[in-house]
Ligand binder design. Structure first.
Ligand SMILES: *Cc1c(COP(=O)(O)O)cnc(C)c1O
Length: 384
């Protein structure tokens, strides 16, 4: 029996799957079970920024697995201490405390709990088309009706404001607001960069009204947008920053970085058993070192500019808009994105959707210039 038949016999059925068995990867190239080669513009949905099969990360994981895989936060640990140092070196100096967890949604859950604990308020403001994860607390902040439909009632006190409408913030962020949470580029919501004015106005109102600014860089963090964190391009330091996806080179990990505005958190009011385990920490330490050594922010800027220019040069009546930041790029079509994604797959290029009409490119940041050229040409053909 094939892997497809074996998986299908037991799958939850929750995932919309493609008829492809991916078995191996190297940098930005993937191979299926039949040995067919693909250029990877899915990038593990934003996890695989360092590319597949990075040896430094693989060696760090193997060595740590042999030394010590688990040491919960009942204890101190050398790898965890190393990771805190590594994070502090690449983040704004005000974000100097960390909580380690295991996924993006868990980082958002914790961030919103920290904001409530710090402000003694319960209101949370988030944006339309925002995506913050699918567990109950994060789901309340996530916009997509298709994700929410079956799962109400939600945590009370949440309200969605229009994205990139600074004038709508004044009525929404009040003295009852614990947190305003926002992505700097909406990923799932269609690859939509926030405007400078929207972020500046939200930061100003949060400061004025004593609410905490929570930035969700789960997808944009770790070099994706051309700087180590997208917040550098917005000149903003949030009170709380949510991280995950690329943080540990493929190992499951999330993190919350937070400032002294959060104050003392009551002992044991939040925790997670896997959080800060040495295996994930070793992978993250090695990943961050590789991101710096390979200058992934520069690669994201250069290859991102090349991809944006290439896609923008496609003249097709099907294209509405090309937009993005760094190597987080989307083409919005005037039709459903599905057929174009399938045509690209047939041409050996794997891409993601971002809503029904957007084709999203989220390749490993180590993708080569030649591969970007091939992606652009395949897209040109698919849209002709
Ligand atoms: C992917 C994503 C999440 C959720 O991360 P999971 O690890 O899937 O829970 C949250 N926020 C943003 C911006 C994301 O892109």
């Amino acid at each position: 029996m094939s892997a497809i038949e074996r998986e299908s016999a037991h799958t939850s059925g929750l995932y919309q799957k493609r008829d492809l068995v991916i078995v191996r990867g190297r940098d930005a190239t993937l191979w299926d079970a039949d040995g067919r080669e693909y250029i990877d513009c899915v990038g593990g949905q934003g996890i695989a920024s360092l590319g597949h099969g990075n040896t430094a990360v693989a060696d760090a994981i193997a060595a740590q697995a042999r030394t010590l895989a688990s040491a919960t936060e009942l204890f101190y640990n050398d790898r965890r201490a190393e990771l805190y140092d590594a994070l502090a070196r690449i983040l704004p100096p005000s974000l100097d405390r960390f909580f380690l967890c295991n996924s993006g949604t868990e980082a958002v859950e914790g961030a919103l709990k920290f904001a409530k604990a710090a402000t003694k308020r319960s209101g949370v403001v988030e944006t339309m088309r925002g995506f913050h994860g699918k567990t109950m607390g994060s789901l309340a902040a996530t916009w997509g009706p298709e994700y929410r439909e079956l799962f109400g009632p939600f945590v009370p006190g949440y309200s969605h404001v229009p994205f990139n409408k600074p004038e709508a913030l004044d009525a929404a962020i009040t003295t009852d607001t614990a947190a305003f949470i926002v992505e700097l580029v909406q990923g799932e919501g269609g690859v939509r960069p926030a405007t400078q004015e929207f972020i500046a106005e939200s930061a100003r109102l949060c400061r004025e009204r004593g609410a905490l600014l929570v930035i969700d860089e789960v997808q944009t963090g770790f070099a994706r947008t051309g700087t180590m964190f997208a917040l550098e391009q917005y000149g903003v330091a949030p009170d709380i920053l949510c991280l995950a996806k690329a943080i540990a080179g493929g190992m499951p990990m999330g993190a919350i970085a937070f400032s002294r505005a959060v104050g003392e958190l009551p002992k044991r009011s939040h925790s997670t058993t896997f959080g800060g385990n040495p295996l994930a920490c070793a992978a993250a330490v090695a990943s961050i070192a590789e991101m710096v050594r390979l200058d992934l922010p520069a690669k994201a800027r250069e290859r991102g500019a090349q991809l944006m220019a290439g896609l923008s040069s496609i003249s097709s009546p099907k294209v509405r808009e090309v937009r993005g930041l760094g190597l987080l790029v989307g083409i919005e079509l005037k039709e459903q994105a599905g057929p174009t994604m399938k045509a690209l797959q047939d041409a050996g290029v794997l891409v993601l959707g971002a809503g029904p009409t957007v084709v999203r490119y989220l390749p490993p940041l180590v993708i080569s210039a030649q591969q970007i050229d091939r992606v652009v040409e395949a897209t040109r053909k698919a849209l002709s």
